[in-house]
Write a protein that binds this ligand. Structure first.
Ligand SMILES: *Cc1c(COP(=O)(O)O)cnc(C)c1O
Length: 404
C-alpha cells in the first residue's frame, strides 16, 4: 500500500482549510505543493549561508557555491545527463525554451522548417512563432485526433531536409496525454533535425533518461516537481550548447571583457548571466531527492490508481465528457459537464475547498480543436487520496444540480 497519509504529513499546506473545508488540491498540473524539506532548505540557505556564488573566496561564498553545484549534480544524475556542464540553470521551462529559440535565430535560414505539436502549451508555441518572424522559417504543426493523440503518419510526412527543429511536450498539460517522444526523436534525427522536449508536465510523474532518449534539448521547471517557482533546467547536448550563442549578456557569462571584444565563459556559465536564483537551485536539488525518497515507480503506480478510479467515478456523472482519452496518459483529467461553463463549476467546487483549474490551460489551439471555450481540469499528485476523488465527484454533482 502506498503510504499516502504519511506522505501528506510532509506537506504543511495540505492541512489547511479553504472556505471552511479541508483543502483538496487538484491543480497539480499548474504547480505542485512543496514538502517541508524543500521549504526548510530555502530557510536554511538564507539563515545560515546566504552569499553570492562563484565569485567569492570567503567561506560563506564557498558553502553557497558548493551547495548550488551539488544541486546541479543531483539534477544531472536524476536526468541521467552525461556532463554537469550540460545542465543549465534557468528561471523555468519558458525561459529554457526562449534560450533555445533565441539561439536558433542565428542558425536558421528562410524556408527552414520548425515542427511543433498540436498539443503544445502557449510557452511552446509563441517563441517559435517569434523565431519564424525573425528568420523567415516556417512553422508546421503535427495534428491530433479526437483522443488527443498525435498523428504520427502526418508527422512523418511533415519531416524533410528542410526541418531543422522539432518541439514537443512529453506530456500535454491540458489533456495529460503522454506523447511517444522516443519515436518522435528517432524520426527527427533520421531527417537531420534537432529535438527539444518540454518536460514540465512529465517531470513529476516520469524519470526520463536523457542519454537513452538521445534528445538534443530538454527543459523543465522545478515548481512542477515539488520545488520552488522561478527555477528550472535546460539540458542541451554539449555540441549544441557550444554552437548556440548566449541568450543574455551580463556577469558570470564572460571570460574576458574589453570594449573591443568579450569572450564568453565556458559552459554552463555561458548561459547563466547574472546572479541566479541560488536558494531556488539548491531547493530544486532537495525536491528531486525528496521525490526519490518516495520513489518514482511507486509514484507512477499510485497515480495510475488515482487516474483509473477518478476516471471511472467521473464518468458516472451524467453528461460528463472527458477530453484526452488516449491510452497513454497521466493523472490529469480535463472534462466538461453538458453545456455548463467550466468557470461556474470551478467557482462552486472552490466554495467546498476543492482547487481545480478551469479555462484553456495555456493551450487555446486544443480548445479550438474541440470547439469548446475551455475545460475543468483536475490533476492529481501522489499526495492526493481516493477520498479526495470522492469529494470532487460529490461536489461536481452538487454543482450540476445548481447550474442546470
Ligand atoms: C507549466 C508548463 C509550462 C510552463 O512552465 P513555466 O514554469 O511556467 O515556465 C510549459 N509546458 C508545459 C507542458 C507545462 O505544463
Amino acid at each position: 500500500m502506498f503510504p499516502v497519509e504519511k506522505i501528506r504529513e510532509d506537506f504543511p499546506i495540505l492541512s489547511r482549510e479553504v472556505n471552511g473545508h479541508p483543502l483538496v488540491y487538484l491543480d497539480n498540473a499548474a504547480t505542485s505543493q512543496k514538502p517541508k524539506v524543500v521549504i526548510d532548505s530555502i530557510v536554511d540557505y538564507y539563515s545560515n549561508y546566504n552569499a553570492n556564488i562563484h565569485r567569492g573566496v570567503h567561506s560563506l561564498s564557498q558553502e553557497a557555491t558548493d551547495a548550488y553545484e551539488q544541486a546541479r549534480k543531483t539534477i544531472q544524475n536524476h536526468f541521467h545527463i552525461k556532463e554537469s556542464k550540460e545542465v543549465i540553470f534557468t528561471a523555468g521551462t519558458t525561459h529554457g525554451i526562449n534560450i533555445v529559440a533565441s539561439g536558433f535565430s542565428a542558425l536558421l535560414n528562410p524556408h527552414d522548417e520548425i515542427i511543433v505539436s498540436a498539443l503544445e502549451h502557449h510557452s511552446n508555441i509563441v517563441p517559435w512563432q517569434m523565431l519564424c518572424e525573425r528568420t523567415g522559417a516556417v512553422l508546421k504543426v503535427i495534428p491530433m485526433n479526437e483522443q488527443g493523440v498525435l498523428l504520427m503518419d502526418v508527422y512523418e510526412q511533415l519531416l524533410s531536409e528542410k526541418t531543422k527543429l522539432v518541439f514537443v511536450n512529453h506530456i500535454s498539460n491540458a489533456l495529460g496525454i503522454i506523447n511517444p517522444i522516443s519515436e518522435i526523436i528517432d524520426k527527427a534525427h533520421k531527417a537531420g533535425a534537432a529535438v527539444l522536449i518540454d518536460g514540465a508536465q512529465s517531470c513529476s510523474h516520469i524519470q526520463p533518461d536523457l542519454q537513452e532518449l538521445d534528445v538534443d534539448f530538454y527543459v523543465t521547471s522545478a515548481h512542477k516537481m515539488c520545488g520552488p517557482t522561478g527555477v528550472g533546467m535546460l539540458y542541451g547536448k554539449l555540441e549544441w550548447l557550444e554552437k548556440l550563442p548566449p541568450y543574455q549578456g551580463g556577469g558570470e557569462m564572460i571570460k574576458e571583457v574589453s570594449f573591443e571584444k568579450t569572450t564568453y565563459a565556458d559552459l554552463p556559465h555561458k548561459f547563466e548571466a547574472g546572479t541566479p536564483n541560488i536558494s531556488g537551485g539548491i531547493a530544486f536539488g532537495t525536491a528531486i531527492n525528496y521525490l526519490h525518497s518516495v520513489g518514482f515507480d511507486k509514484i507512477a503506480a499510485y497515480e495510475k490508481e488515482l487516474l483509473d478510479y477518478a476516471t471511472e467515478e467521473l464518468l458516472k456523472i451524467e453528461e460528463l465528457k472527458i477530453y484526452g482519452t488516449g491510452a497513454e496518459k497521466t493523472s490529469v483529467i480535463s472534462f466538461n459537464i453538458g453545456t455548463i461553463h467550466p468557470y461556474d463549476i470551478g467557482t462552486i467546487v472552490d466554495k467546498l475547498g476543492i482547487a481545480v483549474r478551469t479555462g484553456h490551460h495555456c493551450a487555446q489551439p486544443i480548445m479550438d480543436y474541440f470547439k469548446i471555450p475551455g475545460t475543468v481540469r483536475a490533476s492529481f499528485s501522489f499526495y492526493n487520496t481516493m477520498e479526495e476523488v470522492d469529494k470532487l465527484v460529490s461536489a461536481l454533482k452538487r454543482a450540476q444540480l445548481m447550474l442546470s
